[in-house]
Design a protein around this ligand. Structure first.
Ligand SMILES: [Zn+2]
Length: 389
């Protein structure tokens, strides 16, 4: 704990320690407590060994006490029978399953005791692949390697800890820059929001280009006479021979108006709500020209709307077939990179407000490989770029 606190810089609140011990897929950092899971490990070991070696698990020392202690850590529906003889019939509960029940119960209890802002954050962070930045391989070439300062700040922000010692006027706009980084990520000045939007667009386009989906940037695909550029990225060939217009956006989960629904809507709901409120006009214009449309909305904590998630998973499927790997492997890599890009953009916006001079001197994120426009790497419409089947 001391080492972790030193690395994250500063004392962590007890609720942060609870969160750190959740799974990475449930807002945590995967630092499981051996003390919490010791009974699950012992029970699973006894059951497995007893069945394998044909001895009576009821004779194992302390097994009853272990079951009683375990039952105090899980929901009643997952409790093991503690007052009857253990019978080794049917499939045995693995340690993974037993520990998962503890994790689920801990997570539910944590969410129930959190305030509204924390519930909004925790729910979003538990969405599919939201915590993928924690599992991405640090690579300076792929620019998924956080600097020490970025990592420290990112971890504190992820846990809901203060990222500034005190509030101060935002150097970009003069408004109050709160200690939890909400303003830093919603500030309209200095271009941090558009840089984040563009970085996600470019990464999606880059991946699409690697599988010859012919991405083009900022295309108008509406009816003649309109010029709305509804496609941040237009894929010339998608499903059923049709193109796909992708419109990206990043929304903040913890907007005050969302608080009344905190914890009552599933992860990704606010991204979906944003798409409904702000992307329907673009969707209608694309429909008028029979162009499929995907609102690619992600919340700052990394959870995508179901629509965007579905598209990215399909894109990962293209990559998987092209590279000859399993789709879940390609999806893991794709989401990890998108997650790392999003979070590094977030943390740079935060750090930029505490050290404007340092921020001004830093190289733009992801500038090197994305210095050309997407159009620069797109072949002419008439050329055949897709490999022969
Ligand atoms: Zn500002």
């Amino acid at each position: 704990m001391t080492a972790t606190e030193e690395h994250i810089t500063g004392v962590l609140q007890p609720r942060s320690w609870v969160q750190i011990r959740h799974r990475a897929s449930a807002s945590g950092m995967g630092v499981r407590s051996t003390h919490t899971h010791r009974e699950a490990a012992y029970i699973a070991s006894v059951l497995f060994a007893a069945k394998s070696d044909a001895w009576d698990p009821n004779d194992a020392p302390g097994i009853r006490e272990a079951i009683t202690a375990y039952n105090g850590k899980v929901a009643p529906c997952h409790a093991l029978a503690s007052d009857t003889k253990i019978i080794l019939e049917g499939p045995l509960s693995s340690q993974h399953d037993l520990s998962l029940a503890i994790d689920d119960h801990t997570w539910t209890a944590h969410l129930a005791t959190a305030n509204e802002f924390q519930r909004l954050r925790l729910t979003a962070e538990s969405g599919p692949f939201a915590g993928a930045w924690l599992n991405s391989v640090p690579s300076t070439v792929l620019q998924t390697a956080f600097t020490s300062q970025e990592w420290t700040t990112q971890c504190r922000w992820w846990l809901g800890e203060p990222v500034f010692p005190e509030a101060f006027p935002c150097p970009a706009c003069g408004q109050d820059n709160d200690v939890h980084g909400y303003h830093a990520l919603t500030c309209a000045k200095w271009g941090d929001r558009i840089a984040k939007h563009n970085s996600l667009c470019k990464e999606a386009a880059r991946v699409a280009q690697t599988v010859f989906l012919n991405p083009q940037a900022e295309r108008n695909v509406g009816p003649a006479g309109t010029n709305n550029r509804d496609a941040d990225v237009l894929l010339r060939v998608w499903e059923h021979g049709l193109p796909l217009a992708m419109d990206f956006a990043v929304t903040h989960t913890q907007q005050p108006s969302n608080c009344t629904h905190a914890g009552m809507r599933p992860a990704g709901s606010w991204a979906t709500e944003y798409a409904r409120l702000h992307k329907s006009a673009g969707r209608d214009r694309c429909a008028a020209t029979n162009t499929p449309f995907a609102a690619m909305v992600v919340e700052v904590f990394g959870v995508w709307s179901p629509e965007a998630y579905s598209f990215l998973h399909k894109l990962a499927g293209f990559v998987a077939r092209f590279k000859g790997v399993e789709t879940h492997v390609a999806a893991k890599h794709l989401f990890s990179r998108m997650s790392s890009i999003l979070q590094r953009c977030n943390v740079r916006a935060i750090l930029g407000r505490s050290s404007p001079q340092q921020a001004a001197e830093e190289e733009p994120l992801f500038a090197e490989q994305w210095s050309c426009r997407v159009d620069d790497v797109v072949v002419d419409d008439g050329e055949e770029s897709r490999p022969a089947p």
